[in-house]
Design a protein around this ligand. Sequence first.
Ligand SMILES: Cc1cc2nc3c(=O)[nH]c(=O)nc-3n(C[C@H](O)[C@H](O)[C@H](O)COP(=O)(O)O)c2cc1C
Length: 350
Amino acid sequence: MADLKTILHIDYPIVQAPMLGVTTPAMVAAVSNAGALGSLPLGGLSSDKARELIRQTKALTDRPFAVNLFAHAPAKEVNRGDIAIMQEFLQELCLEFNFPFEAQNPDTFQFHYYQELIDVLLEENVPIVSSTFGVLNEGITAAFKQKGVVLIGTATSVAEAKVLEQAGADIITVQGIEAGGHRGSFLSEDTTPQVGLFSLLPQVADAVDLPLLAAGGIYDSRTVKSAFALGAAGIQVGSMFIAADESAASNAYKEAVLNAHDTSTVLTQAFSGRWARGIENEFMRRMDAKGITIPYYTIQNQLMSSIRAYAQKNNLPDFVAMWAGQSAGKSARASSRDITTKLIRMLPPN
Ligand SMILES: Cc1cc2nc3c(=O)[nH]c(=O)nc-3n(C[C@H](O)[C@H](O)[C@H](O)COP(=O)(O)O)c2cc1C
C-alpha cells in the first residue's frame, strides 16, 4: 500500500480536520506550512465563496492542502406537516427567549450542493478533495481522477468504508463516535452508526485495502499511538484546533470547549437535522423534551438559520451549535502552528 505522506506530499501524517464555521484559510495554511495537511471546509458554500477561500489559502501557503465537500443527496422527502410543527415550536421558543422569529417558506429554500463547486476545484488545481456525508458521483470522481486529484472519503462503519473503496476513494477517514461535528454517515438517513474508534478502526483496516485516517478523540501521545496501533496510516484532528488563534469560533464557544469534560457533549439532530456531536445546551435539551419530528438535513438547518445567526451575533451559546468531540476539553489556546508542532512530536518513531 502506498505511503500516506507520499500520496499527500506532506512531511507528517497529520490532517487538520475541516471544520465548517471554525476553520479559516489562516488555520489551513499554518498547518500545511508546518508540514502536515490543512483542510479547507467548503460544504454548502457557493462557488464564488469557495474560490475566494481557496485563493486566500493559496496566498498564505505553497504547500498542499485539502478542500472538503458535503457529498450528500438532497433530502428525500419534504414533509410540510413536520416543517409547520417545527416552525410553531421555534416560534414559541423565540417568544419565550425574546428572539426575533422569521417564518420560512420551504419553497424558497436553497442549498449549494457539491456539484456546483467541481469546476472551481478543477480550475484552481486543488490537489486533494475530502468529503463527508456520502460518495461523490461517478462522473465527478472520474474528472478528479483524470486530473490526479487525491480523494478522501469519510466512513462511520465498515459498510460505508467498503462503499467508498468501491467508489474510488484513495484514502478513508474513519470517524469514531467520539468525533466532534457532524457524523459522516450516509447509508441511512434516520440512524447513525455509533461505533467507537477503538472498535471501528481495526475492523475497517481488515475490510478495506486503503490508507486510513483515524478521527475522533485524538489529543495526546497515547491516543496518537493507539490510532497507529489500530491500523491508521495517519490521524485527523479537529477539536484540538477549535480554540486556535486562527479559529473563527466565538470566544463563548472557545470557552465552552476549553471547559468541556468527558460527558459535556451529546449527539443531536436538533440544529441541522443530521446527527452531530456538540456541547449540550438549552436548545438541544428543549428539542429533546419536545419530542417532535426533526426535518432531515438540510431542511432543519435552513429552519434554524436565522435563530443561529441571531444567537451567534449576540453571543448566546445556548442557541449556537458548539460542535466538539468527547476529548475537546483537552485542547488549549495556541497558534495552529504550535498545535500542529505538538501533534508532530506525539507521532511514534517511523
Ligand atoms: C466544529 C467542527 C466542525 C466540523 N465540520 C466538518 C466539516 O465541515 N467537514 C467534515 O468532513 N468534517 C467536519 N467535522 C468532523 C471532523 O472532520 C472530524 O471527524 C472530527 O473533528 C474528529 O474528531 P475530534 O473533534 O475529536 O478531533 C467537524 C468537526 C468539528 C469539531
